[in-house]
Design a protein around this ligand. Structure first.
Ligand code: ATP
Length: 237
C-alpha cells in the first residue's frame, strides 16, 4: 500500500506549475513535501486528490486513482481552510464526518474525542466565526482526520498555529502515523519535516530538486554547497 506519483506534470496554459514529479510514499510513513510559496505543493495535492486533472503522468494509491469525494480512506487539510463560519463547531464536525462516510453516532463521539484532545471541548456550541484563526485551524484538522483515514494529506498544517499548538498537532499526527496511517504534509520549514518525516522531497518552481531519506537529502545538498536552513528549505537558490 503506497501512494505513487510518476512523472506528474500540471500546466496552466503555458505555465508549468508541476514538472515531471515522481515520488513514493510508503504505507505507515510520514513524508514531507517542502518548498517555498508557489513551488507547486498545493497543486500536487489537488492532483493527488483528483480535484485537479494531471496534464501528464499518473497517480495511484494502492494501485488505484483517488477520488476525494468518494473515498473515505483519505483525509485532507486544504491550505485554504474551508469551514462554514455560521455553523456551530459540533454541527460542522458532524456534518463533515458524515460527508466522509461516518454514521451520526461515531461522528459525534469522534468530534468530542478530538475536541478534548485539542483542548477545545468548550467550543462545541460556538459558531466557527467566533473562534480565533488558530482554533479554527484545529477544527479543520479534526475534520480531516476524525474519520480515521488511511492516507492523510495536510497542506501546511502548522501555519498560523502558536508553538504550543504546533507541538500538540505534531504529537497527534505522530500518534496517527503510529496507528498505521500514511501521512503526506507540505511545509516551508525544514525543522518540522526533519523532526517528523522518514522521507522528503524539496520542490522549487514545480521541479523536484531532491527526494529521499533526510540524511541523503542533506548529503546531496552538502555536496552542492547549498546550506539547508531550519526555517526555510534552501538558501542561495
Ligand atoms: P503556497 O504555499 O504559496 O500555496 P504552493 O507550493 O502550494 O505555494 P501552488 O499553490 O501549488 O504552490 O502554486 C504553484 C504555482 O501554480 C503558482 O505560481 C500559482 O500561481 C500557480 N497556479 C496554481 N493554481 C493555478 C491556476 N488555477 N491557474 C493558474 N496558475 C495557477
Amino acid at each position: 500500500m503506497a501512494l505513487q506519483l510518476e512523472q506528474v506534470t500540471k500546466r496552466f496554459g503555458d505555465f508549468t506549475a508541476v514538472d515531471q514529479l515522481s515520488l513514493m510514499v510508503e504505507e505507515g510513513t510520514m513524508y514531507g513535501f517542502l518548498g517555498a510559496n508557489g513551488a507547486g505543493k498545493t497543486t500536487t495535492f489537488r492532483m493527488i486528490l483528483g480535484l485537479l486533472n494531471t496534464t501528464e503522468g499518473s497517480i495511484a494509491w494502492n494501485g488505484r486513482t483517488i477520488s476525494y469525494e468518494t473515498s473515505p480512506q483519505i483525509g485532507y487539510l486544504p491550505e485554504e481552510r474551508g469551514l462554514y463560519p455560521k455553523m456551530k463547531v459540533l454541527e460542522q464536525l458532524m456534518f463533515l464526518g458524515q460527508l466522509r462516510g461516518m454514521d451520526k453516532v461515531s461522528a459525534k463521539s469522534a468530534s468530542f474525542q478530538w475536541l478534548e484532545r485539542f483542548e477545545v471541548p468548550h467550543y462545541t456550541n460556538k459558531k466557527v466565526e467566533e473562534l480565533s484563526k488558530g482554533n479554527q485551524q484545529k477544527i479543520q484538522v479534526i475534520a480531516s482526520l476524525m474519520h480515521n483515514p488511511k492516507l492523510l494529506i495536510l497542506d501546511e498544517p502548522f501555519s498560523g498555529l502558536d508553538p504550543v499548538n504546533v507541538e500538540m498537532l505534531k504529537k497527534a499526527i505522530v500518534d496517527f502515523r503510529n496507528n498505521g496511517a500514511t501521512i503526506l504534509f507540505s511545509s516551508h520549514r525544514m525543522d518540522h519535516v526533519e523532526e517528523l518525516c522518514e522521507q522528503l522531497s524539496i520542490i522549487h518552481h514545480g521541479q523536484q530538486l531532491v527526494s529521499g531519506k533526510l540524511r541523503d537529502v542533506k548529503r546531496s545538498f552538502g555536496k552542492q554547497n547549498v546550506r539547508i536552513r531550519s526555517d526555510f528549505p534552501l538558501e542561495g537558490m
